[in-house]
Design a protein around this ligand. Structure first.
Ligand SMILES: Cc1ncc(C[n+]2csc(CCOP(=O)(O)OP(=O)(O)O)c2C)c(N)n1
Ligand SMILES: CC(=O)[C@@H](O)[C@H](O)COP(=O)(O)O
Ligand SMILES: [Mg+2]
Length: 594
C-alpha cells in the first residue's frame, strides 16, 4: 500500500487538514508503518496497533498540543509519536540516542507528560486541568487515555475520586481491550466484560457515581463513531469519561490471536507476522526470571506454605509457571504493587511464606508498604526484585538502579544479589526454610551464565560473602551479576596475582568479618555494582571503612547520579563505566599507582 497520506503528515495540523473520509485510509497506513518498523527494530506492538483509530481521532478533533493529551504507561503512543513530527526518526525508537519508547516532555511539545509506569495519567491530567482553571484558560481540554489494566490500579482510582468533585475540564478515555500484558484480572475487569454484552449495565456504574459524565461503551475502531463522540464531548464541561472497546494487536492476525506474546514480540516478519527466533545450536543459560519461575514451583511443591504474588507481571516474572501448576497458591493481583506488598505481609502474619515478585522499578511505588507493613513488623516476606540494574531499551523509566539505595536504609531488611542462577535458586531455597527477617533478592533482566543451573539446593549463610579470586594488592568487591564483568575484566589483567575478587552477595548485612580481612590485606578497594552509586553498595563499604578507621582509597563503580537513557544494555554499561573494559582500565590504572 502506498503511504500517500501519512508521508505528508508532519504534525497534527496536517492531519486536521484532511477530510474526515480520508482518515480510514490514514489509519491503514499508520498501522502498516508501525508494523514495518517494529518488525525489525522491536518494541511494544499490540498496544499501539489497538489505538490507531483513537490516536487519529484525538489529534483530529482536539487542538493538540494546546489541548493536553496524556497516554497512560505510554507504550501505546507509537502512532501519536509518528503523527506528531517523529515519523522520520521512528526507526530510532528505543535505540541509544534515538527517540524514547515512551512519551517524554523533553522529546516533543506533544508529549504533555512523561509516562512509563502505569496509572499516572488521570492525576496528571487533573493537575493540568485544575491549573488551566486557575490560569483562566477555560477553553482548554485535557485528555487521559488509560487501559483497562491500568485503571484498576489504586493511583487511578485516587485520581478519579478527586476529579469527581472538581469542575475540571478533563476527559478520561478508558481504552478497554480486556488485557494488560497478561489477561486483566479482578472484579472491575469482570464488570467491564459484562458491560460489553449488557450495555444497560452501564446506566448505573461506578464512574457515574464518581460524578463523571459517562458515555460508552463504543467501538474504538469505528472512526466515524469516535469522531462524533469526541466532538460531542468537546462541548461538555467538567469531568467526562468515555469507555472505548478496542482489540489489542488490531490489524496483525498473530498479534490479535496471541496478545500476550505480541505485547512486545521482538523481531517478526512484517508480512506473515511470524516471530523471528534466533537459531541456537548450543544450549544457552536460562533467563533469571525463568530460574525464579521454575524454582518457586519446585519449592512450593515441597513446602505447602509457599505462595507467589505478582502485580500484573505473570509472564514477565515467570510466576506464570506457578499460576499454571499451583493456581490456588499463586496470585496475579493486577497493577497493584502497594496491594501486592501488603497482601504478602498479611499472608506472612498467618505463617505463609510469601514470595512477592515485583520488578525493581515498580517496587518504587510500594515503598511505604515495604517499610510500614513489612520491615517495621519484621514480617519475613521474600521480595524477588526482577529487572534490577539496567534494563536496556525501556530506558530511564524502567531501569532498576535505585533499589539498593532505597532499600538499604530500611531496618530489618536483608538484601541479597545473586551473582548467578545457582545463587538465585539457593537463596530462594534458604529464604523459604524460614527467616526471621524480610529479604529482598535482586536480579537482572535477561539470561544468566550457567547452563546447568538446576543443581541440588544448598543453604546460604545469611551475611556470608564469597571469595572468587585471591590477590595481594587490590580487592574488587562486586554485588550481584555484575560479577561477570569483573571476572572477564580479570581474565586479561597485567598482574593477575595482585588482584582479588569477592562476590559480596549481601548488601545487608555486610560480611564484616570478610571486610576486615580485605582491608587488612589490600592497598586499595574497588566496588562494582549495577545500581546507583549514590547511596549504593559502595557507599556501605566506604561507611564500614570509615567506621573502622581503614584509610585505603575506595573506588566505587556504579550508575552515576543521573537518569540513564534507553539503549542496548551493553552500551549503557559502557556509558556508566561498569562494562568489562572500564573495570579493567580502572584496575590497570590502580596497579600502576600502587
Ligand atoms: C506501575 C506499573 N506496573 C506495571 C507496569 C508494567 N506494565 C506495562 S503495560 C502493562 C499493562 C497495561 O495494560 P492496559 O492498561 O490494559 O494497557 P494495554 O497494554 O492493554 O493497552 C503493565 C502491567 C507498569 N508499566 N507500571
Ligand atoms: C510498558 C512496560 O512497562 C512493560 O511492557 C515493560 O516494557 C516490560 O518489560 P520487560 O520486557 O522487561 O518485561
Ligand atoms: Mg488493556
Amino acid at each position: 500500500m502506498s503511504q500517500n497520506l501519512l508521508a505528508h503528515i508532519n504534525s497534527p495540523k496536517d492531519l486536521r487538514a484532511l477530510d474526515a473520509t480520508q482518515l480510514e485510509q490514514l489509519s491503514k497506513e499508520l498501522r502498516e508503518f508501525i508494523i514495518d518498523i517494529v518488525a525489525t527494530k522491536e518494541g511494544h506492538l499490540g498496544a499501539s496497533l489497538g489505538v490507531v483509530e483513537l490516536t487519529i481521532a484525538l489529534h483530529y478533533i482536539f487542538n493538540t498540543p494546546e489541548d493536553t493529551l496524556v497516554w497512560d504507561v505510554g507504550h501505546q503512543a507509537y502512532g501519536h509519536k509518528i503523527l506528531t513530527g517523529r515519523r522520520d526518526v521512528f526507526g530510532t525508537n528505543r535505540l541509544l540516542n534515538g527517540i524514547s519508547g515512551f512519551p517524554k516532555i523533553s522529546e516533543s511539545e506533544y508529549d504533555n507528560f512523561g509516562t512509563g509506569h502505569s496509572s499516572t495519567s488521570i492525576s496528571a491530567v487533573l493537575g493540568m486541568a485544575m491549573a488551566a482553571t486557575l490560569k483562566g484558560e477555560l477553553e482548554k481540554h485535557h485528555i487521559a487515555v488509560i487501559g483497562d489494566a491500568s485503571i484498576a490500579s489504586g493511583m487511578a482510582f485516587e485520581g478519579l475520586n478527586h476529579a469527581g468533585v472538581t469542575n475540571a475540564n478533563m476527559l478520561v478515555i478508558l481504552n478497554d481491550n480486556a488485557i494488560g500484558i497478561d489477561p486483566s484480572v479482578g472484579a472491575l475487569k469482570e464488570y467491564l466484560t459484562k458491560v460489553k454484552t449488557h450495555p444497560k449495565l452501564a446506566e448505573h456504574n461506578i464512574i457515574k457515581s464518581l460524578n463523571f459524565n459517562y458515555s460508552g461503551p463504543i467501538d474504538g475502531h469505528n472512526l466515524p463513531l469516535l469522531l462524533k463522540e469526541l466532538t460531542r464531548l468537546k462541548h461538555v464541561k467538567g469531568p467526562k469519561f468515555l469507555h472505548v472497546i478496542t482489540t489489542k494487536g488490531k490489524g496483525l492476525k498473530q498479534a490479535e490471536e496471541d496478545q500476550v506474546t505480541y505485547h512486545a514480540p521482538g523481531k517478526f516478519d512484517k508480512i506473515t507476522g511470524e516471530r523471528i527466533k534466533k537459531p541456537s545450536l548450543e544450549p544457552t543459560p536460562p533467563k533469571y526470571q525463568d530460574v525464579f519461575g521454575h524454582t518457586i514451583v519446585e519449592l512450593a511443591k515441597q513446602n505447602n506454605k509457599i505462595v507467589g504474588i505478582t502485580p500484573a507481571m505473570p509472564t514477565g516474572s515467570s510466576l506464570k509457571y506457578m499460576i499454571e501448576a499451583l493456581p490456588d497458591r499463586a496470585f496475579d493481583v493486577g497493577i497493584a504493587e502497594q496491594h501486592a506488598v501488603t497482601l504478602a505481609a498479611g499472608m506472612a502474619t498467618q505463617g505463609m511464606i510469601a514470595f512477592c515478585n515485583i520488578y525493581s522499578t515498580f517496587l518504587q511505588r510500594a515503598y511505604d508498604q515495604v517499610i510500614h507493613d513489612v520491615a517495621l513488623q519484621k514480617l519475613p516476606v521474600i521480595f524477588c526484585l526482577d529487572r534490577a540494574g539496567l534494563v536496556g531499551r525501556d530506558g530511564a523509566t524502567h531501569h532498576g538502579v535505585f533499589d539498593i539505595a532505597y532499600l538499604k536504609c530500611i531496618p530489618n531488611l536483608i538484601i541479597f544479589a545473586p551473582s548467578n542462577e545457582v545463587e538465585l535458586r539457593n537463596i530462594m531455597y534458604t529464604a523459604q526454610l524460614g527467616l526471621d527477617n524480610p529479604i529482598a533478592i535482586r536480579y537482572p533482566r535477561g539470561t544468566g551464565v550457567t547452563i546447568n543451573w538446576k543443581q541440588p539446593f544448598k543453604k546460604i549463610t545469611i551475611g556470608k560473602a564469597k571469595e572468587i579470586k585471591k590477590g595481594t594488592i587490590i580487592a574488587v568487591l562486586s554485588i550481584g551479576t555484575i560479577a561477570k564483568n569483573v571476572s572477564l575484566a580479570l581474565e586479561n589483567i597485567s598482574a593477575p596475582n595482585k588482584v582479588s575478587h569477592y562476590d559480596m552477595r549481601f548488601v545487608k548485612p555486610l560480611d564484616e568479618q570478610l571486610l576486615h580481612e580485605i582491608f587488612k590485606n589490600h592497598a586499595a578497594v574497588i566496588t562494582v555494582e549495577d545500581g546507583c552509586i549514590t547511596g549504593g553498595f559502595g557507599e556501605s563499604v566506604i561507611a564500614f571503612a570509615n567506621q573502622h578507621l581503614y584509610t585505603q582509597r575506595i573506588y566505587p563503580m556504579g550508575i552515576p547520579d543521573s537518569f540513564v537513557e534507553h539503549g542496548n544494555t551493553n552500551l549503557l554499561q559502557e556509558i556508566c563505566k561498569i562494562d568489562v573494559s572500564s573495570i579493567r582500565t580502572k584496575i590497570e590504572e590502580l596497579l600502576t599507582k600502587l
